[in-house]
Structure formats: structure tokens, C-alpha cells
Design a protein around this ligand. Sequence first.
Ligand SMILES: [Zn+2]
Length: 464
Amino acid sequence: MSDTPDSAVRTYIEQHRTAFLDDLADWLRIPSVSAQPVHDGDVRRSAEWLSAKLKETGFPVAEIWETPGAPAVFAEWPSDDPDAPTVLVYGHHDVQPAAREDGWDTDPFEPVIRDGRMYGRGAADDKGQVFFHTLGVRAHLATTGRTTPAVNLKLLIEGEEESGSPNFRTLVEEQAARLTADAVIVSDTGMWDETTPTVCTGMRGLAECEIELYGPEQDIHSGSFGGAVPNPATAVARLVAALHDADGRVAIPGFYDGVTELTDIERALFAELPFDEATWLRTAKSRAASGEAGHSTLERIWARPTAEVNGIGGGYQGAGSKTIIPSSALVKISFRLVAGQDPDHIQQVVRDWAEAQVPAGVRHRITFAPATRPCLTPLDHPALQAVARAMGRAFGQKILFTREGGSGPAADLQDVLGAPVLFLGISVPSDGWHAPNEKVELDLLLKGVETAAHLWGELAAALR
Ligand SMILES: [Zn+2]
């Protein structure tokens, strides 16, 4: 077996493992916390460190891209094959805040290796998962005898993801010509668990609104006027009550227009995941599972759109009583969107629905925050199949598929570049993203390197 390409990749990675981990530890020592202005210089130092490391790796182009906020890193390694497809890797080099006193066993910015894990802020989210691409591409070249990758390889590693990526979409729009790609690989997610390698196929989108309802011009006496004028707090409660029907479906007319339904194959593959509802309920800190009838919990989280009340208020909420009809009330609602739903259409149907619900004599104002689109790459897409094959070669196991219930900047890449988005991540739920004692499993990190080493050949063949 020692002369198969897959074992050659393994040998190469084993030979370079120590230097690779030392380098990653160096990067983790830079506290690139984008949320805290005191670390602005560190975020810049992190970008400079990465750009230098990518040059050392062999990328002929590695640049700092400025934004009105924190800098991003762009790198490019063209293939010498004129027919090679182009692939863009997305990740981020900024990290969540961390301090020893938050509950870390060791200094979050002084990485340590213990029990086969590297502990340190950013070990999994996201420096470790960006960094596996550096050794991955070296292993790809060394074991195929190539001098350039099998694809035109581009990397865009942003510096503001943990701060909500406020400048990311503009950056992508401005640099769209240099970012063009046939596929995008996002390495900022994870897999199901330590023993179940999975590929994520999409993320939900997000639309958020606030609806304010106004009744009397000021709070008025509930004895003198009660029962004879509309109450905005009652109106907001009726609005919320009308959001869902008895089957847990969103009752806003037109809300489900265009929704891409799960295929039977996808439902069957979700059902193969070792999901235990009792364990999940513990992580949800909830007493019962509920939601849209006819769908499993995983389907509800990953593949169904939702309406959730995030906050509701109005009237007197202090101690004792205050007998008034309040002058105003408000509700904040967020909608998770799935493939096929258009955020502009959602805004329109929500506006129309609110308009129809609000009673005469109550004025309302509805405002929407900027929306995030959903993204989804179908299971039979050749690029997705290529990612699963590369991962299968590294793990020597059947690869299952997940989705992500949350929303992220990946959708901007899909949107602006018009390229399918694929997710390659080796992090697991126990890695403690955003929490104390964040870590990465070294075995899985090296499987990430191995997957990346196979990926460019697989994608070049699939996208040709
Ligand atoms: Zn991340």
C-alpha cells in the first residue's frame, strides 16, 4: 500500500506535522480579536503573518486587502493547466474575545497541546481550519509531482467575521473581478462529530424585522378609556399569535413561495446521522422539541424556514400595577430562510401581512435589517461530490451530509460571484467555538490537511 497516492499524502503530512503545528501555534499567539479596538494592531499583525506564511507556502500572490475595518488577506496560485477551473477558499483570521478569567485552563493566546488536542483561541474557529490548506496544497504538489495546483487556487481570509463581517460584501463586490471562481470552498464550519465525517451542503438565510404599534398618543387611564379604544399591546399579541398555524407552519401568505423542498435522498441521509433527541434537548436547554408538523428536528433546523419572536414588549413592566392603555408596543421577529426564498419577497409578504393584521386606530411601522440570503448546493452537484470524495479518501469512511441552521457571509460569495458554495470543515461540536478552552482535535486537523491535499485534483476533474 505504501506507493498509493493516498498513503504518499499521509506520509508527507506525517513528515511535516511538527513544523505545521508549530506554525499554527505561532499564529494562535497573535490575539486577533476583531471586536476589541485594543487588538486592532493584532488583527493587522495576524493578516501580515498569514500573508507572509502563504508566500512561504508558495503562493506567488499574497496581499493584504484593506477595508474600512480590519484587513483581509487574499492569495492566489494559478495553475499551469490552461483548462483548470478556479476555486476560492473562504475563512477568517480574526477570533472571538478570550481571557483566562472566562474559565480557560491555560492562557487562550499561549496554545498548548494536551491529549491530542491543541488548545487556544482560534484553534478551530477559524485559524486551524484556514491553516490546513497551507500544508494541504504542499502535499498535493509533492505527491502529484506538480509545480502548480490542479486548480487556479485563490484564498480570501477576512478579518471581521467575528464582528459580523460589516465590510465583507462590499469588499467582495469591489474585488469581484479578482475573486471570480467556479466554486467556493468555505472552511469555517465543522462536521457532525469526532467519528462521523460530514459535508455541510448549505446555510439558512436571515431576515429580521421590528414592528412598532402605536395606539393613543400617550399612555391613558384604563378606567376612563378602557374597552373603548384599541390597545396596541393587545394588537401586538394578536400579531404574534397569527404568525403560526396549528401545525407550526408560518401563516404569512406567500411565505413558503419558492421553498426548495428536501429530496427523499436527503431526508434519508439526514436520518442516517446518529442524532439523539434527548441529548440534543440538553444542548438546547429546552424541555420539549416542537415545530412544523411532518418534519424531524434536524429537518426543522436545517431545511425549513422559520419565524421566531426574538423580543416583545409594551406598556408598564415595573413593580406593582399601573392601570393604563399603553401608547405603543413592539415585537422583533427573525425569519430563517431556506434555498428558493427571496429576502425581498419575504419583506413584501411580511409587510402585507402586518398591514392586514393591525386593527383600525393603531398605526404601525415596520423596519427590516439587511438580509442574508440562504445558500444550498444540491447533493448531486459535481463539486459537492468532489468534496465528499476527497473527504472520504482522507477519512476512509462513508461521508454523510448536514446543513447549517445559521446564516453567514458565505451567501454573499454565492450571490456576488455566482459560484456554488461548498463547505469543508473538520471542527466538531466539542471544540468550544466562542467558549473557554477552545481546541482542535489534532487527528481531525490532519485529516483536514489530507482532505485538502486530495481536493484540488478531485475538483479539477469534477469541474472540467
Ligand atoms: Zn468562524
